[in-house]
Design a protein around this ligand. Structure first.
Ligand SMILES: Cc1cc2nc3c(=O)[nH]c(=O)nc-3n(C[C@H](O)[C@H](O)[C@H](O)COP(=O)(O)OP(=O)(O)OC[C@H]3O[C@@H](n4cnc5c(N)ncnc54)[C@H](O)[C@@H]3O)c2cc1C
Length: 397
């Protein structure tokens, strides 16, 4: 016999769960809703951690998904600082870190992702940072101030590394981006846009070095030098690594749920896991995408929210497949903003609308048959709405 019962149990305190809670109420769910999240704070948006929150132009309250009073007003119970330590999908019960057991009718597993950590000599030294939570941004700022840091090295040239380089430059630090690939953001946007991103960063004083293999760090107590393959050493006052994230499937694995080849929890086209009454959403959800025609797992805030909303409707009886077109944005301070739809793994050719470096532009990414697979809008260029509609029309009826 469980200690208590929730009609809808939401496991994980991120955007996916928070949006599921709101959608349940918006769709008229009358049963009890319980959200269990491990972090100290109520669900918040992570994107500001490398952008306006880091720069100090947005507060923690600004970053909350729902304002503080929302939970009580909407009769959603929020348990922060609490983990689900065990889940029994057969019995439909969860055990909390408070030792309480909760039985449920339907549940959402949205445990998100964890930063990938570097495994290199010298990573035990002070001055190495990762940014996943708002708290990490606080710690980074405090550390840079107390170490009187001037030069920050960013390891990784994808969105997180580039956003941090832009924000930290705006905050007065000298920044160097080091990456294995040749151009920043080229893995998502292609080398042509990558060269444009490099030019943008360099125009603001960021040093950008591609084809660089970081082999470790050296210093007395804190990092003083970054060691590069080939023997070069680069002086640094602090390092922030943005080298990706891994889906957090610890709870799912312990519960015996099927996992996918992409590292997430395996879900069907409607986001249901291998257990009845249990769905997944967000960064750790690996689903059979009717839009992409393949299994996929995507780490975008907007998609996590839409998946959370989809699961809420599934909890209330909908059997629709999840067919949203993935949308993603990234900002380089207020220098430039990129929006992207489609989440294509690869493409055969690119069509440009405008010229990178001469104002807003768009890129259409096409497959070998010339069909649109993704589109990018830089500073509002191109026609993202048309691209989104074109991609959405691809979903079989
Ligand atoms: C710094 C940063 C910047 C980003 N910027 C952008 C951007 O500009 N644009 C964009 O589209 N996307 C961006 N993203 C990605 C976006 O934030 C993620 O896709 C989104 O946060 C995923 O939401 P989620 O709910 O799946 O997971 P998460 O936000 O990871 O939330 C999961 C939560 O569940 C908790 N949890 C895990 N296990 C348990 C358990 N057993 N019990 C209880 N709680 C548990 C975790 O502690 C965590 O709080 C950014 C991400 C980061 C880190």
């Amino acid at each position: 016999m469980a200690d208590r019962h929730a009609a809808h149990l939401l496991i994980g305190g991120g955007i996916a769960s928070a949006t599921a809670a709101a959608t349940l109420r918006a769709e008229g769910a009358t049963g009890s809703v319980l959200l269990v999240g491990r972090e100290l704070d109520a669900p918040y948006h992570r994107p500001p951690a490398t952008k306006e929150y880091l720069r100090g132009s947005a507060s923690k309250a600004d970053a909350l998904v729902h304002p503080a009073g929302w939970w009580a007003e909407n009769d959603v119970e929020l348990l922060t600082r609490t983990s689900v330590t065990a889940l029994d999908p057969e019995a439909r019960t969860a055990t909390l870190s408070t030792k309480e057991t909760v039985s449920y009718d339907t549940a959402l597993l949205a445990t998100g992702a964890m930063v990938r950590r570097l495994s290199l000599p010298g990573t035990e030294l002070d001055g190495l940072h990762y940014v996943r939570a708002l708290m990490n941004a606080d710690m980074l700022k405090r550390d840079l101030a107390s170490a009187e840091a001037r030069h920050v090295v960013l390891v990784g040239g994808s969105y997180i590394g580039c956003e941090l380089a832009a924000s930290l430059t705006e905050m007065g630090f000298r920044c160097t981006v080091l990456m294995l690939e040749e151009e920043p953001m080229e893995r998502g946007f292609g080398p042509r846009v990558g060269r444009h991103v490099r030019a943008l960063l360099e125009a603001h004083g960021v040093t950008v070095r591609g084809g660089v293999d970081v082999e470790g760090f050296a210093g007395a107590e804190r990092i003083e030098r970054v060691l590069l393959a080939g023997g070069e050493e680069l002086a640094a006052d602090a390092v922030v690594a943005g080298v990706g994230a891994t889906p957090d499937v610890m709870t799912a694995r312990k519960a015996g749920l099927a996992l996918g080849d992409l590292g997430g929890v395996a879900c069907d086209a409607g986001l249901k896991t291998s257990a009845d009454g249990l769905w997944a959403a967000g960064d750790m959800c690996e689903y059979e995408s009717v839009l992409h025609g393949r299994t996929t797992r995507i780490e975008h805030e907007d998609l996590a929210a839409k998946q959370g909303a989809h699961v809420a409707r599934a909890m209330l009886g909908s059997t629709a497949p999840f067919a949203e077109v993935p949308y993603f944005w990234t900002d380089l301070a207020d220098w430039s903003s990129f929006e992207h739809v489609g989440a294509a793994k690869d493409w055969a050719s690119e069509e440009l609308d405008g010229t990178p470096g001469s104002g807003p532009f768009g890129v259409r990414y096409l497959d070998e048959q010339g069909r649109l697979v993704a589109a990018l809008s830089a500073d509002g260029g191109g026609d993202l709405d048309a691209a989104r509609a074109e991609l959405a029309a691809r979903v079989p009826a």
